[in-house]
Every structure is written in structure tokens, then in C-alpha cells.
Design a binder for this molecule. Structure first.
Ligand code: NAP
Length: 308
């Protein structure tokens, strides 16, 4: 099968389009014929060597496709099922076939295609777990989402709105109208405005940017408010100093939550935002785009034609 692999860490040109053997699913695992693979910043971070992982490795964290073989003991999925989910570390999703634990996948939303479904797993779960599992966002609360136009942010804005929260997002001005269309009540242009002078007394901040943005976010929370960051360690003294709670997200692969997200999509309440679709062989270009830090929504690689 074809796969995008790395044999060394480095720039996008270390991504190689290669032929490798397909893996066999073990007990509890399924093999999936991949139709589309989502691209996430963690992919280029891994490629660059931010994490010491064994090489060579197949890249890619997110997939949507069709179950090809169900391993021993798998009862919830069978061949021909249309599924989506997180790829297994090392196994990778930028490939024509991938093997995952069946707990990591769910039936794909019926109302959208494989390309849209492949955009969901990492970014959708990151947004869901940050807002609901960690911060416990509730109806009527106010949430500030930094990086609202990005992969995680564009899901977070829609989930928060669906929950009934008042949603404020930060983005550059070119994304203001887009963000209002997907559910932001207010958009702050981070290039020309200081969010810490505009908002305060917030219930939840979701930070997907880090650095100064994280540093300036402590003061805009109400006492007892919750800060979740997807990108940085929490400085030990800050939560106590500001009387707030804080946690760094580590997204968990979770098929049950993906099924919940699929149900909301099929109710037409939210939709994945995709701005770029490229063929699998163009993974280098996809990484260059993702690394720019200014893509709207998601980039997805088309691995095979939709079987329908
Ligand atoms: N810990 C975890 O488990 C986990 C899970 C998922 C993601 N993450 C991390 O979370 C981060 C965000 O992921 P992502 O997929 O959302 O990335 P992304 O799609 O690449 O984010 C791009 C977006 O960031 C916006 N942006 C850039 N600088 C900004 C700033 N200073 N203020 C506000 N918005 C800004 C851009 O908007 P403009 O074009 O308008 O500037 C763009 O829309 C990444 O670092 C990723 O690795 C971590």
C-alpha cells in the first residue's frame, strides 16, 4: 500500500510517499481502508522531532474510511462499516490502510462524506474534551476561545454555541464574519485589539495559542473560572494567584465521544470546516500550510475515491 512515512525528523521534505506492507489487525483491532486523512499541527510537530518517537513511522492522526477486516473479539464493527477516528500512534493515518483499536473509532456521520469526517477526530475531540470534560461548560456561561478560526477553535465555537453558551472568539479580522456565521457572539481581532481590555469575568477560556495569549488570559476569568490550554504547561502559581482552575488538555482517543459528535452533526447542529483538500501524495504541501499557523478550519488529504 501507499503511505506517507518519515525515516528522520526534519523539514516537510522528510515526508516520503512509499510502498509498505499492510498491517494485520490483532484482537480488539480493525483494519480500515482509509478514504481520507485529517491533517493536524501535531503531525508537523512530530515530523519536526518535537517528540522522540521510533522511526521509521507512518504519519497522520485522523482517518475516515471503511472497515476492511475486524480482528478477533470486535463486535461493534464489521467489514463495510463506514467509520472515522484517531489513528494509532506509530501506525499512522496517511496511508491506504491503517489498523486501530476499535475503541478509537465510531460510525461516521451519515449526513457528511469521508473528507468531512476525517476532519473531526483530533480537533473535534480536543474541543469537546476541553469545553465539556475538563471545563464543564454549561448553558448560559460565557467562553472565550483563542484561535477560534483554527481546527480546534472552529469546532469549539460550534460546540459552545450548541451548548447554549455566550461565545467570544479571537482571530484576525479576515475571519470575523466567518466566525459570526458559525456561532461567535463576539469576535476580537487579536492583531488590533487587546482582548484583556475588552472582556472579563468569564467562566471559561480555551487557549489554543499559548505564549502571551495564555499569559493575558488569567485576568479575564471570574473567580472559580476555568482555563484550558491545548498548547502549554500551566505555571504552578497562576491558578491559585487568580483563584481559578486550569488544566492542559491531552486529547484522548474516544469512540463514544466521536459517536456523540457524529449524532450532533447528523442533527445538522454543527459542521466540520474544511478549507483545503489535497491528494495523499501532497502531504508536504499540507504540512507547509498547517505550519503557517493561519489556516481556517481543517486541511484533509484525499487517500482514495469515495466508494459510493
Ligand atoms: N493537547 C492536545 O491534545 C491538542 C489537541 C489538538 C490541538 N492541539 C494544539 O492546539 C493548537 C491549535 O490546533 P489547531 O488544530 O486549532 O491549529 P490550527 O488549525 O493550525 O490553528 C490556526 C488558527 O490559529 C489562528 N491564530 C494564529 N495566531 C493567533 C492568535 N495570536 N490569536 C488568535 N488566533 C490565532 C489563526 O487565525 P488567523 O488566521 O485569523 O490568525 C488560524 O485560524 C496547535 O498547537 C495544536 O498542536 C493540542
Amino acid at each position: 500500500m501507499k503511505a506517507i512515512r518519515i525515516h528522520e525528523f526534519g523539514e516537510p521534505n522528510v515526508l516520503k510517499y512509499e510502498d509498505i506492507p499492510e498491517s494485520q489487525p490483532g484482537p480488539g483491532e480493525v483494519r480500515i481502508k482509509v478514504i481520507a486523512a485529517g491533517v493536524n499541527p501535531v503531525d508537523w510537530k512530530i515530523r519536526s522531532g518535537y517528540m522522540e518517537l521510533p522511526l521509521p513511522m507512518t504519519m497522520g492522526s485522523d482517518i475516515a474510511g471503511v472497515v476492511d477486516v475486524a480482528g478477533q473479539g470486535v463486535e461493534s464493527f464489521q467489514p463495510e462499516d463506514e467509520v472515522f477516528g484517531k489513528a494509532s500512534p506509530g501506525e499512522g493515518g496517511y496511508a491506504e490502510y491503517t489498523v486501530v483499536n476499535s475503541s478509537q473509532i465510531a460510525q461516521k456521520p451519515k449526513s457528511i462524506g469521508f473528507i468531512e469526517s476525517a476532519a473531526i477526530p483530533t480537533a473535534g475531540l480536543a474541543a469537546w474534551q476541553s469545553l465539556f470534560d475538563i471545563a464543564g461548560l454549561e448553558r448560559g456561561q460565557t467562553v472565550l476561545i483563542h484561535g477560534a478560526a483554527g481546527g480546534v477553535g472552529s469546532f469549539a465555537v460550534q460546540f459552545a454555541k450548541w451548548k447554549g453558551a455566550y461565545v467570544i472568539g479571537t482571530a484576525s479580522s479576515k475571519n470575523a464574519e466567518f466566525l459570526k456565521n458559525i456561532g461567535c457572539d463576539e469576535v476580537i481581532d487579536y492583531r488590533n485589539q487587546q482582548f484583556e481590555d475588552i472582556v472579563g469575568n468569564l467562566d471559561v477560556v480555551l487557549d489554543t495559542i499559548g505564549g502571551d495569549t495564555l499569559e493575558k488570559s488569567w485576568s479575564v476569568l471570574k473567580p472559580g473560572g476555568f482555563l484550558v490550554t491545548t498548547v502549554a504547561s500551566i505555571p504552578e502559581e497562576k491558578p491559585q494567584k487568580y483563584g481559578v482552575r486550569a488544566e492542559r488538555l491531552m486529547t484522548q482517543a474516544n469512540g463514544k465521544e466521536l459517536a456523540q459528535i457524529a449524532a450532533i452533526i447528523d442533527e445538522n447542529k454543527i459542521r466540520p470546516i474544511i478549507t483545503t483538500v489535497l491528494p495523499l501524495a501532497d502531504a508536504q504541501k499540507a504540512h507547509e500550510m498547517s505550519e503557517s499557523g493561519h489556516t481556517r478550519g481543517k486541511i484533509v488529504l484525499r487517500v482514495a475515491e469515495d466508494p459510493k
